[in-house]
Design a protein. Structure first.
Length: 209
């Protein structure tokens, strides 16, 4: 065997070498990816001062902090999440604490509140969550006799329809959860406490499908 033939065999390609190189490259890439992910931070809002439930907050009243928390984008309030008119806190937040997304409420909550009303008779087919309705009330003037009904809330928003077997004895009935202006809450609760006959009707005639 010549020296030339031996030299050629010495440089023969070994597939195991390629597999080893691929494994090393994959390992290095994995380490780089892990380090890069660990170095990524997310900017979230934090409280400049101690905040209380019901406080109305705007973006300029908060600090921002860079955190490396996994899932921070869903757990905490991020820049861009705050509406132009701000938000309302639903629980206490200490000074320097990150603002939890679960502690953020709508400003409309300052003007509206939800009440569950038992209604007499069947509901119109068009009444469903999101519908605008008028709430009517009729006072009892004699045993089983009721006076002329009157509107006590106009343009209330239906939140949900509630099926209950306990609202009225002897059978099931329908109750409706509605959003009403806080200024009308006392009037509605007065009607409820006096056992007035309550009804809701659509605030507008639905268009034909």
């Amino acid at each position: 065997m010549t020296n030339k033939t031996r030299a050629r065999r010495g440089f023969a390609f070994d597939p195991r070498l390629l597999i080893g190189l691929v494994l090393v490259a994959a390992s290095v890439a994995g380490v780089v990816a892990i380090v890069s992910t660990a170095d990524e931070t997310v900017q979230v809002y934090s409280a400049k001062v101690a905040l209380s439930p019901g406080d109305r907050i705007e973006a300029g009243e908060l600090d921002t902090s860079n955190v490396r928390l996994a899932g921070a984008g869903t757990l905490y309030l991020l820049p861009g999440d705050i509406p132009d008119d701000g938000f309302v806190l639903t629980r206490s937040v200490n000074m320097g604490e990150l603002i939890p997304a679960s502690a953020v409420g709508s400003v409309s909550g300052l003007r509206l509140t939800s009440l569950v009303l038992e209604v007499n008779g069947a509901l119109a087919a068009s009444i469903e969550p999101g519908s605008l309705v008028d709430v009517w009330s009729s006072k009892e003037i004699d045993s089983g006799q009721f006076g002329a009904p009157a509107v006590i809330v106009s343009g209330a928003t239906v939140v949900r329809l509630v099926e209950s077997d306990t609202i009225m004895a002897g059978g099931g009935s329908i109750a409706v959860e509605v959003l009403v202006p806080r200024a009308r809450v006392a009037r509605v609760l007065e009607a409820v406490s006096n056992s007035d006959a309550m009804s809701i009707v659509p605030a507008s005639i639905p268009g034909r499908n």
